[in-house]
Structure formats: structure tokens, C-alpha cells
Design a protein around this ligand. Structure first.
Ligand code: SF4
Length: 404
């Protein structure tokens, strides 16, 4: 039944984006094999595999096919932008906590998202700090949403019914509310704020009632949760919330407090999470989207600095949100140039750059937490990448991108 439904969505997608037929057959087959792990759904009008890919019926998907599968442009396909550093919560593992500087104003952010789109970005994540605290968030979304899939990562703080309507009207495709546990006391402790759990649940309800957006939860999964078998219990709780997607990401060694090999997920635990994802996705109900599966060696690998870029709220350009490094600031050098220079250091890799290379970052940091440009370049002299992922092996082998 799932295969039939997926087939029906894919046939209609081909009708909308006929250029897909010109993608090299090996890449098309690879995509079909990847998609078989998910049930394509119509989430509030969006034909969604999961929220890390543009919906199949969105112009952004057509741009993704054209730019990245046919023309094979050098630019990124995915980007995240920090809208503000302000946040009422204080998560111990927040990837933003060691980043400092003067925040970008709205006009600068609008320029950045426009340039990202021109560079080829078809999936844009808005983050922070708490991005809802940006008074211009709806304007920023509306500026790119017609042909770029925009996803919001939020704690839910400060959300109102009116704000949710504005975001929907601006064209937001997907929202992930952060939730780390089914127990309020544990979530509140992780987030450093009493009431954070209640705020998150209320935000989920508001987004669901508003409609028009895919509504999910993003959760940071610790090794402890995996080892104690709590992940499935947590997913049962999330299923009960009536959301469209659970976006899972293991805790990453992205800040000084987590630069500890004991906290980094093992290969066996990675496989365990991927197995849980696959089992859940055979059931009816919410999609489970484990980012490590997408970014694993069998599929798309780590795209940090290669097809993924992060511009933080102060304009620093990093390979992804979890890499505490900068390759330049958009106030000093054009974003396109910074990305090209950064990309020259980042071949696609078989799995997570930060999981593998955090000891180099720890040593280069000398207690500063976040690496400046010179220290970031130093790390790259010794960084390890491993072999290419399954997708990039095919992608680079069939470089012309044409059938044959
Ligand atoms: S470094 Fe890790 S978190 Fe960042 S893009 Fe690569 S796989 Fe994802």
C-alpha cells in the first residue's frame, strides 16, 4: 500500500517536474531507494517525504532538480540562517551559545537569504536564538518562500495565534518545535527554563490549529536515551501529540561542554536509531526523520560546507549549525566568495564532520569555544573526511548529469 501511494505521488511529481526524467538514471534509482524508507504524505497541501527536503509539489523541488541534479551547480542546496541570538531558554548543548558578535539587521538578513537562493539554496532553515523573536520573521519568509522551502526551528516561546497565521501566510512550509523528553521536569531542566515544556506543547497546538504547515517536533537524542531504550517511549508520546513529523538528531559535540568522546554516538547506536526510524515509518501516523540516516554513508553523507551552509545571527559563515567555526563574515566579504573558499576545504564525507573532528576543534580552541577564521583554517589542515557517501559516489561518477 505504501509503495503504491509513494508511486502515485512520484508519478504526479514527474508530471509537475518533467525534467526529472533527464536526471541520470543511477541518481533517480538512488532517490527511489532512499524514498522507500518513508511514506510520502500530503501534509497540509505539501507532498512531503520529510521536512529536510522540499515538498515534491513545491517550486523549490523543481529548482533542486534543475540546479543540483541536472546542472550540478557548485552552490549549496541547503542553508540555515540565524535570525537573532536572543533566546529565553539556555540549553546546555545549544550550538549557538559560544557564538558572539553584532547581530545582523533585517535588511542584511533579507540580502543573505536572497543571495543564498541565488546560489542554489532550495531548502532554508530559520534558527537562532529564538527566531520568533525577530519582529520581521514573516517578511523574511515571504521574501523567498515562493520557490524555496522554508522551515522554522523554534522553542515556541512568544508564539501567538496571530503570529502563527502570519507565518503561514508568508509561506512557511514546515515548523519544528524543540522537545527533548515526555517529562516536563526533564525538558525544562535541559532547556534551563521552568515552563519550557508547556510552552512547546502550546506552540504545537497553535501551529496545528492554524494549519497550512507541516508541524513537527525536533528532538536532541542523548546516548543515555538510546542506551536505556527510551527513544521508542518518547516517540509514542510524540505520536500522541498528533504531529506530522518527529525530527531526531543525536546530541553533537558542537560546544565545549560536549567535547567528550563518551557523549558522541557510536556506530551501533547510529544504526539503532536508523532502525527505529525505519520501523516507525512502516506504521501509520507521524513520519520519523532521523537526520543521521539522511546524513549517513549509505545515503547523502555529511554535507557541511559542501551542500549545506550556516550563516549565524552575526553573519559568520560556518559549514553547518553544529560546527563552531567561521570561514568569514558576510559584512567583510561576499557570501558567495566565502562559501566557495570554505567549500574548497569540504569534500562531501561519509558521515558527520563534527562527530569525527571535534578533538581537533577542541585542541585549536584553547578554551575559546568558537574558532575564529585562522583557527578554523588550521583545523582543516588536519581534518579527516573518509570516503564519499553512496549518493556522492554516483553523483561524481556521472558528472554530466545526463541520461546515458
Ligand atoms: S557536520 Fe554533522 S551535523 Fe553538520 S552537516 Fe555534517 S553530518 Fe550534519
Amino acid at each position: 500500500m505504501t509503495a503504491l501511494k509513494n508511486f502515485s505521488f512520484l508519478a504526479r511529481t514527474l508530471w509537475r517536474h518533467p525534467r526529472m526524467i533527464r536526471v541520470h538514471p543511477a541518481l533517480n534509482i538512488f532517490f527511489l531507494r532512499y524514498i522507500a524508507n518513508f511514506r510520502i504524505k500530503n501534509s497540509a497541501g505539501h507532498w512531503t517525504i520529510h521536512s529536510h527536503l522540499p515538498p515534491l509539489n513545491h517550486k523549490a523541488y523543481g529548482r533542486f532538480v534543475d540546479n543540483h541534479l541536472l546542472k550540478r551547480i557548485d552552490g549549496p542546496s541547503h542553508a540555515q540562517v540565524g535570525l537573532t541570538n536572543a533566546c529565553p531558554q539556555a540549553c546546555a548543548y545549544c550550538y549557538n551559545r559560544e557564538r558572539r558578535g553584532r547581530a545582523m539587521d533585517t535588511e542584511t538578513i533579507l540580502r543573505v537569504v536572497r543571495e543564498l537562493k541565488e546560489m542554489g539554496v532550495s531548502w532554508l532553515g530559520l534558527t537562532g536564538g529564538e527566531p520568533l523573536l525577530s519582529p520581521d520573521i514573516a517578511r523574511i519568509i515571504a521574501s523567498v518562500a515562493a520557490d524555496c522551502a522554508v522551515k522554522l526551528f523554534t522553542t515556541g516561546s512568544s508564539l501567538t495565534v496571530e503570529k502563527a497565521r502570519e507565518l503561514k501566510q508568508a509561506g512557511l512550509f514546515s515548523v519544528s518545535v524543540s522537545l527533548d523528553h515526555w517529562r516536563a521536569d526533564i525538558h525544562d531542566r535541559n532547556r534551563g527554563l521552568p515552563g519550557a515544556f508547556a510552552t512547546a506543547l502550546q506552540a504545537i497546538e497553535i501551529f496545528k490549529k492554524t494549519g497550512g504547515m507541516q508541524v513537527g517536533v525536533s528532538a536532541v537524542i542523548s546516548r543515555e536515551m538510546i542506551r536505556s531504550g527510551q527513544v521508542e517511549e518518547f516517540l509514542e508520546f510524540l505520536q500522541g501529540l498528533g504531529i506530522d513529523e518527529a525530527w531526531l538528531c543525536e546530541a553533537k559535540p558542537a560546544v565545549a561542554a560536549t567535547w567528550d568522546q563518551d557523549l558522541v554516538i557510536s556506530e551501533a547506536e547510529h544504526r539503532q536509531l536508523a532502525g527505529i526510524q525505519d520501523r516507525y515509518n512502516r506504521r501509520a501516523g507521524m513520519t520519523v526523520n532521523y537526520l543521521g540516516h539522511f546524513e549517513g554513508r549509505d545515503f547523502f553523507g555529511c554535507n557541511a560546507g559542501h551542500k549545506m551552509v550556516y550563516v549565524d545571527a552575526c553573519g559568520e559563515v560556518s559549514p553547518c549549525v553544529f560546527t563552531p567555526m567561521t570561514f568569514g563574515n558576510i559584512r567583510q566579504r561576499p557570501l558567495k566568495e566565502i562559501f566557495a573558499a570554505m567549500k574548497s576545504h569540504f569534500p562531501s564525507a561519509d558521515n558527520c564532520f563534527i562527530n569525527k573532528n571535534f578533538p581537533l576543534i577542541r585542541d585549536a580552541s584553547r578554551g575559546r569555544g568558537f574558532l575564529d577564521h585562522a583557527a578554523s583554517l588550521q583545523v582543516m589542515d588536519k581534518a579527516e573526511f573518509g570516503p564519499l557517501s553512496g549518493f556522492f559516489r554516483l553523483y561524481l561518477r556521472n558528472k554530466k548529469g545526463e541520461k546515458g
